[in-house]
Design a binder for this molecule. Structure first.
Ligand code: ATP
Length: 248
């Protein structure tokens, strides 16, 4: 990526990360990380365990403070902002591990995602909208979240993030620990959200083959920095990606 694109406003990039650095005490988890997520695209971030993928998402969503660099969303600098202000701008994060409230019902979990909303009619319409996308959730609104299957809990975590009608969704390992059939279903829904509703997505995935199939552009993270980037179609054909991530 050229330094010119990192420093310009790049209006087509909905989310732009430039020269980001994050430290956990003495440990530098990210360094000189630059990414661009064009409006309406699905961009994926792949990399080995500990490469810094989750840290990237957690920093963008305001859970971890950056130590240097910039994060711009819709042209506005949001680096270091509190998480609630970032989510209010329309940038939502589905964290790794689903993190639903097991003792609350599906509906109550979804309502947690509406905490920034005041208008009951808007909340009801958001609930309807999420239910249309995930009929399995609509059928189970009164069921306790802890009794859902892993895949259904992942749908719920995504549904909760969608309740505020974000314009950009960041997903951390949505396929992790989920039965293949449900992974397929979830990804079909994510692609539909992108194609039909124009939702922009930043996807972190350990299933690189899946991630490269649904995304248009990919970044490969290694020890906290970008090791490689390119169109997903191109990266899929690169021998080093096939050897390291696609099991060829
Ligand atoms: P994984 O897929 O295993 O979650 P990842 O690519 O998401 O890996 P991160 O979780 O972002 O990687 O971790 C990046 C680096 O930062 C690792 O070296 C990790 O040990 C370190 N790290 C992450 N969270 C913390 C924390 N809260 N305190 C200290 N170090 C951390």
């Amino acid at each position: 990526m050229s330094s010119a694109s990192a420093s310009s406003d790049a209006p087509e990039a909905m989310l732009e990360i430039s020269r980001l650095e994050v430290r956990y005490g003495g440990i530098r988890a990210l360094h000189d990380l630059s990414l661009q997520i064009p409006r309406g695209s699905i961009v994926t971030l792949i990399g080995a365990n500990g490469a810094g993928k989750s840290t990237t998402l957690r920093t963008v969503s305001g859970l971890v403070p950056p130590t240097a660099g910039s994060i711009r969303f819709e042209g506005q600098e949001i680096g270091g902002w509190p998480a609630h202000k970032i989510v209010a701008l329309g940038l939502a994060h589905v964290p790794e591990g689903r993190l639903v409230f097991p003792d609350l019902s599906v509906k109550e979990n979804l309502m947690m995602g509406a905490y920034l909303r005041r208008d009951r009619k808007v909340i009801a319409s958001d609930l309807e909208w999420v239910g249309e996308f995930f009929p399995r959730l609509r059928e189970r609104l009164r069921q306790l979240a802890g009794t859902l299957s892993g895949g259904e809990q992942q749908m719920l975590a995504i549904g909760r993030a969608l309740m505020g009608r974000p314009t950009c969704l960041m997903l951390d390992e949505p396929s992790l620990g989920i039965a293949p059939l449900l992974v397929e279903l979830i990804f079909e829904r994510l692609v539909a959200l992108n194609r039909e509703r124009g939702m922009t997505m930043l996807l972190v995935e350990q299933n690189a083959s899946l991630a490269l199939n649904v995304s248009s552009y990919a970044y490969v993270l290694e020890t906290g920095g970008i090791h490689l980037e390119g169109s997903s179609a191109e990266l899929k054909n690169r021998p080093e990606i096939q050897a390291a991530y696609l099991g060829h």
